[in-house]
Design a protein around this ligand. Sequence first.
Ligand code: GTP
Length: 601
Amino acid sequence: MENIRNFSIIAHIDHGKSTLADRLLDLTHTIDSKKMMPQFLDSMDLEREKGITIKLKSIRMNYNCKPFGVAQGKDYILNLVDTPGHVDFSYEVSRSLAAVEGTILLVDAGQGIQAQTLANLELAKKQNLTIIPVINKIDLPQAKTQEVVEELVGLLKINESEILKVSAKTGENVEQVLKAVIERISAPKKENLEKPFRALIFDSDYDSFKGVIAFIRVVDGEIEINQKIKLFATNTHAEIKELGYFNPGRSPQNKLCAGEIGYIATGIKEPGRVRAGDTIIKTGAYVQSLSGYQEPKPMVFASFYPESPDDFVILKDALAKLKLNDPALTYEPETKEALGRGFMLGFLGTLHVEIVAERLRREFNLNLVISTPSVVFKIIDTKGEEKFIYSASDWPDVSKIKETQEPWVLLEIITPSIYLGKLMEILKNLNGVYTNTQYLSAERAIIIYEVPLRGVITGLYDKIKSVSQGYASMNYKISGLKPGKLVKMEIWIAGQKEEALSKIVSENEAYREGKFVVEKLKEVLEPEQFSVALQAVISGKVLARETIKARRKDVTGYLYGGDITRKRKLLEKQKKGKKLMKGKGTVQVPAKAFLEIFKNQ
Ligand code: GTP
């Protein structure tokens, strides 16, 4: 046990965690050089395409520390848990931090401390982890290494000598990181080996042969293959089918001991029985459960319906399996007249919505209709009763509403001071309330605003990036519910309400929002044989309108010459036909059009 070190890497998005992990894998010869590729731990196709980490990854490395002359020639087991950097995946970070004793806090030498650096540092401090500050990308021509050193010294109240300066790209000084991991992070506690077996589930996956694979940190005691186990929270019993660790695939072993990070194949076929944060013990043992994690609160909701109603069961099964791998996701069945049976899903943010939609499509072959992501609202009705509204379709009639409330967040933006003016302008447009400005250095500031969450989930991240040329970053925390003037905006297509496009908007933004949606619809919908009216409506009043002109079918093309009366007759006939079609005509809105609108709203 004294040779085990468990650690993670935390950082703001793109500061180089996965690249640093690559270098550590190289140095420890964990991956066959023929199989090695950049950002090796980002193994999901989606992660590679988007260039971001979505899932935490755990890998075991063996390392002989002779090269630095510490503890001569000792073999160490280094368990690394790589984590994502985007705010929407912070639950992945907090779970990985509960499985380790220390963490590398990585900061980009060109960018300095960013919002997610602070947020992740706070999580690590809460877990009382040893923190190793590392500045990455020192090879960049625009690296401001010394400025970043000063920022870190100020933030962590440490000596400059404790900060490592590396280039994960060229490999410069990376060996010092391994040395620091071994020297500064403590080994798991020896005495825990004597205790009865307990393991914390920090992640899981599904294997069609071996059932749910629980990713675990063994906290106490030891466990062997074929032993019987119990999952505390769900009171589920199972017999271990396989256990081992990741290097990087599953490497089966006979035994796992306190301090180790690995997996247990449980044979359990019902995904809902295995939960992140639960404790695994041996059947019949009398021990307390571990403290687990605080369940994340979903903040953004969207309805997911299968395009084909027959796929409902596949969607249900897919969600259960996806939740194993993405425990921040929540889902409840719901039914809507126009869409049939589907689910209301809860997410941590809009990137999370996009990733889940894409994973359902790719991994489970599902075509879905997805409603506009929305926050949860609270309504106090005229009788004084309170109700939470997760979907615009459940919004009551205005005559029944006394007060509407919506969630607000405390938003923290770190930015070079030159962009402060432009950023404040954006926040003012969101009805934000200025709270405070702090300075990280002479040129970089943290501004804190309170803003409605509704404004944050609709593209704020991109707006901030664009006005600051990518230099500003944001993070937010829910601060509570506040009253707001909110109304339901409906979208009518060819005289029919398209409930999935309904949205709750602030009264004073209704016109702009309505205009945007009808204009976008006009762009993305194919013309029909009849003209199609697109209307944004609030309480029966049309706010904005567009028309898609009818597609002209050339009914007279085959007529030769200028027989004008015959031509007119045919056009007349076509007109009547169109009228008839319009009477019963509904416009099918393809899923692609929905996505196009939701993405841009
Ligand atoms: P997320 O997981 O999405 O948060 O990103 P990450 O922190 O894992 O960053 P990643 O390793 O994907 O690196 C982001 C980008 O920075 C990539 O284009 C890397 O090639 C580049 N990069 C990483 N380390 C270095 C470095 O030391 N020097 C230079 N010049 N580029 C680097």
